[in-house]
Design a protein around this ligand. Structure first.
Ligand code: SF4
Length: 336
């Protein structure tokens, strides 16, 4: 603020407008002289991104937003309303460099990392839209959960994602004042970054996208597995669980005849039983033109049973947004 030729106390005023009042139009900043507002907006809070469109489905309980960033890059965020909570799924990168073959985002490759501000603004605008009654559907009007499961591998954009978590959870007006416990960061298993993340001292949940319990299959489904094997990824996950005192979530997209066999369910059960873990099975959201599709209901049920036989807590994720290209990256892919 001093660099912009203004009084330092205006920094707090601007921060309060952004994070506490969610007042993003300079005209609303009535405690700042009118002549200074546009200049400060241009220098310190330029418009980073604009909405290309919102698409709703699931009886308006799911709203997906396609954003255009200042350089034309497209990213997506999704808000999911439930009777008792509101969850936002946000992007940490435009595109993704991890190249998982079943994923729309992975097919298009990595455009670029998002900045901390670009990550944070997806959520700040979601909180504002909820407050202003702009999001259809019912339920609570406060954001309860954030999942870093949109486009990108969050731990591949480590510094910006950690910066975003701080902004989201620092008390107002330095941040949004959200709870770390309501934030989930997913990773395909970048082991050194997982170890570093464990040392940040966050109480966030870590979600590991495992998708296969054996290296042979995982090398093809999650190509980064050729670098860090299942065993190393799980060891890093248990270290995170110990340091954060949070159960780790193991994400497993069930793909018909690829990774949904009974023996793989049994192997997964043996690998994670007795650990601070919750397994989240995700019926695959098929990508247009792809040979991958969701498991048969009977195979899904058998998979759940096999994990329960090992005493492993397991749920099948409720899939949202299928008719709006709900899988991350699909909406941006159709816009290109
Ligand atoms: S599944 Fe996740 S990590 Fe893999 S390519 Fe898609 S966005 Fe990237």
């Amino acid at each position: 603020m001093a660099g912009a030729g203004e009084k330092p106390f205006r920094a707090r005023q601007l921060s309060t407008h952004y994070f506490s009042r969610l007042a993003h139009e300079p005209a609303q900043w009535t405690d700042i002289p009118a002549a200074a507002r546009e200049k400060l907006a241009a220098e310190l809070l330029p418009e980073l991104m604009s909405v290309v469109r919102h698409i709703s489905c699931d009886d308006d309980m799911t709203r997906k937003t396609l954003w255009r960033l200042h350089d034309g890059t497209l990213v997506e965020s999704v808000m999911m309303r439930y009777p008792d909570r509101v969850t936002m799924c946000v992007s940490s990168q435009a595109g993704c460099g991890m190249n998982c073959p079943f994923c729309a985002t992975g097919q298009a490759g990595l455009d670029r990392n998002l900045s901390t501000a670009e990550i944070v603004h997806q959520i700040v605008d979601g909180v504002r839209a909820l407050r202003d009654g702009e999001v259809p559907g019912g339920g609570p009007e406060r954001l309860s959960n954030i999942v870093f499961m949109g486009m990108g591998e969050p731990l591949a954009n480590y510094k910006r994602v950690v910066g975003a978590i701080r902004r989201l959870t620092d008390p107002e007006p330095d941040g949004l004042g959200l709870s770390q416990r309501g934030i989930t960061v997913s990773t395909v298993g970048l082991v050194p970054a997982m170890t570093r993340f464990a040392d940040e001292g966050f109480k966030c949940r870590l979600a590991v996208s495992l998708h296969a319990p054996d290296d042979e299959l995982r090398d093809t489904l999650v190509p980064v597995n050729t670098r860090w094997k299942v065993r190393e990824v799980l060891d890093a996950a248990w270290e995170y669980a110990a340091k954060s005192a949070r159960r780790v979530s193991i994400e497993y997209a069930l793909i018909r005849d690829i990774n949904d066999q009974a023996w793989r369910a049994d192997l997964l059960g043996r690998l994670v039983k007795g650990k601070p873990v919750h397994v989240n099975l995700i019926p695959l959201n098929p990508t247009p033109g792809s040979q991958w599709t969701a498991s048969r209901p009977e195979d899904e049920a058998a998979f759940v049973q096999a994990l329960e036989d090992h005493g492993v807590p397991v749920t099948v994720r409720d899939t949202r947004g299928q008719e709006i290209d709900g899988a991350c990256g699909q909406l941006a892919a159709t816009e290109r």
